[in-house]
Design a protein around this ligand. Structure first.
Ligand SMILES: [Fe+2]
Ligand SMILES: [Fe+2]
Length: 323
């Protein structure tokens, strides 16, 4: 259990302070770059550790690669702490992180492929690897959007974030149910019920997405090899994303359920730390999923504040609003 120890001591909720630059656009770029890197770099370092600990001990090459990735993200976190709060500094730093994310996404893809073709043993569940690869892919997309000034219309962005976090939170509930000892019946039941509630909300989010962002549905039907290519005429000839008041209520429903799982994870972490629950959940993993719930709440509240500025249904320009 020693190797699971949280080497960051009491940094769990620490927020580093920084000087804001004067230009509003640059300010947002720096603030958002910092917020995302500050959260996700540590998560990536921990993913490499979790994968490594679930590998069979004779998979020496994969174990070494995981160790190298842990070091890579640890180094980037140290660099972030020293980074001047200036747009130019973040521009170069984000590029470095994007490159590192390419490495960890490739690594997770290798592990996942071997798992789903039954060529790798150990205790990493395939859906867990897919889950943490999705987290890495989304982090890279966020940085690529920031680097390239790509803005997503608010209705589309709201549903993207909600669908992403609803799936992540629902999966956490499933993973917790799996990793608790079966004798912990009430806690297992509570986790499964939470997972079901997240799945129900995710289905609703998908209903809302095809109603409000029909293009997302059309994009989903495109073959992978066409992604990013110029499309033939008539593709994309659909109504623009529509922001409706129902989205605000939906956002609140997602926040309420996320608060519920956040509280559940907080109790779980306390029980694990006090050795009062039977499970194979290491404290660092409990802490990791708790931090992800906190980040989900932060992201969802940001979206909620943006939506609440609009009280009438409105079509959005594809140039969109905000990051
Ligand atoms: Fe994670
Ligand atoms: Fe996660």
């Amino acid at each position: 259990m020693g190797s699971y120890e949280n080497t960051d001591g009491d940094q769990r909720y620490e927020r580093q302070s920084y000087q804001r630059p004067s230009k509003p656009g640059a300010d947002n770029f720096v603030r958002e770059s910092f917020r995302q890197n500050n959260f996700w770099l540590r998560i990536m370092q921990e993913h490499a550790l979790f994968i490594r600990l679930g590998l069979p001990c004779d998979e020496v090459k994969l174990i070494r690669e995981a160790e190298k990735l842990q070091e890579l993200f640890k180094g980037l976190r140290a660099e972030l702490r020293r980074l001047p709060q200036k747009p130019e500094a973040f521009r170069a730093f984000n590029d470095e992180v994007i490159e590192a994310l390419g490495k960890i996404i490739d690594y997770k893809s290798t592990v996942l492929e071997r798992l789903i073709t039954c060529n790798l043993g150990g205790s990493n569940l395939p859906l867990l690897i897919d889950h943490i690869r999705r987290e890495a892919i989304r982090f890279r997309v966020i940085l690529l959007r920031l680097q390239n000034g790509i803005r997503v219309p608010l209705a589309e962005q709201a549903l993207q974030e909600e669908i992403f976090w609803l799936r992540i939170m629902g999966e956490h509930a499933h993973f917790i149910a799996h990793l608790l000892d079966p004798s912990e019946r009430p806690l297992v039941k509570q986790s499964v019920l939470l997972a079901k509630s997240f799945e129900t909300l995710r289905l609703q989010a998908e209903d809302l997405e095809s109603m409000e962002v029909p293009r997302a549905f059309e994009n989903w039907l495109l073959p992978e090899k066409l992604a990013g290519c110029p499309l033939p005429p008539r593709f994309g000839d659909l109504p623009k994303p529509l922001l409706i008041p129902r989205l605000l209520r939906f956002n609140e429903e997602v926040i309420d359920l996320t608060k519920e799982i956040r509280d559940f994870k907080e109790v779980a972490l306390q029980l694990i730390e006090a050795c009062q629950v039977l499970s194979i959940i290491p404290p660092l993993l409990a802490d990791h999923v708790l931090r992800e719930a906190e980040m989900a709440l932060e992201d969802l509240r940001i979206i909620g504040r943006k939506i609440s500025k609009f009280d009438q249904p409105q079509e959005e320009d594809r140039a969109g609003i905000g990051y």
